[in-house]
Ligand binder design. Structure first.
Ligand SMILES: [Zn+2]
Length: 205
């Protein structure tokens, strides 16, 4: 049986407030990648704990999986053995960082990160442990985020609907999220010099 583990990370950029994103590990190997990018859509992950289907559990920072070359979703199906995952395109981007000097789409087309990292395309999780890992993560993340700066944002931003404003309709949660971002940008003008990602704060919440 494989084990699923989620980790919340907060990143800081000169022009962004604290941005919370979710790293996903299977059997100790990180499947997500911020460099590529391939980050977790919590709503899709949570839905996969309820029923079989094709889910874009891994998506671009902007929330559009296709934008990051992830056209094939994760296939999730259950049987007596447990919850089966076929990683789809996310498998190709494990541990992959795009090079600046090469065409991005060509790199996406030949990426085989899973093969290089020795990660299989398919996993089987114990059904109870799978659902528990996701629900516990959502609960602990909600508790943590309640203590963050009011301008905290999410990558992808749609995760705000589950973590920051779980009681609001998703559209309203997104509207508040983008309002917070605009306010933050107004109050924190971009410093001179090239914009670069700042510190990374990994940590289980
Ligand atoms: Zn994108």
């Amino acid at each position: 049986m494989s084990r699923l583990r989620l980790e919340h990370r907060i990143e800081r950029h000169p022009y962004w407030p604290e941005s919370v994103w979710i790293a996903l590990y299977v059997d100790g190997v990180e499947i997500t990648s911020r460099e590529w990018p391939s980050v977790v859509d919590l709503e899709q992950l949570r839905a996969s704990a309820r029923q079989d289907g094709d889910y874009f559990i891994f998506t671009c920072e902007c929330g559009d999986a296709g934008c990051a070359g992830i056209d094939e979703p994760v296939t999730v199906r259950r049987d007596a053995a447990g919850v089966h995952w076929d990683l789809g395109d996310a498998w190709r981007f494990i541990g992959v960082a795009p090079r600046d000097d090469e065409d991005w789409e060509e790199q996406a087309g030949r990426a085989a990160g899973g093969a290089e990292a020795g990660v299989p395309r398919t996993f089987v999780f114990a059904a109870d442990a799978y659902a528990d890992a996701i629900e516990q993560d959502v609960a602990s993340a909600q508790a943590f985020i309640a203590r963050l700066d009011e301008f905290a944002t999410f990558t992808p931003d749609r995760n705000a609907a589950m973590l920051k404003h779980p009681d609001l309709p998703a559209e309203e949660a997104l509207r508040r999220q983008s309002e917070a971002l605009e306010t933050w940008r107004r109050e924190h003008p971009l410093p001179p010099g090239p914009a670069r990602w700042g510190r990374l704060f990994p940590g289980r919440l």
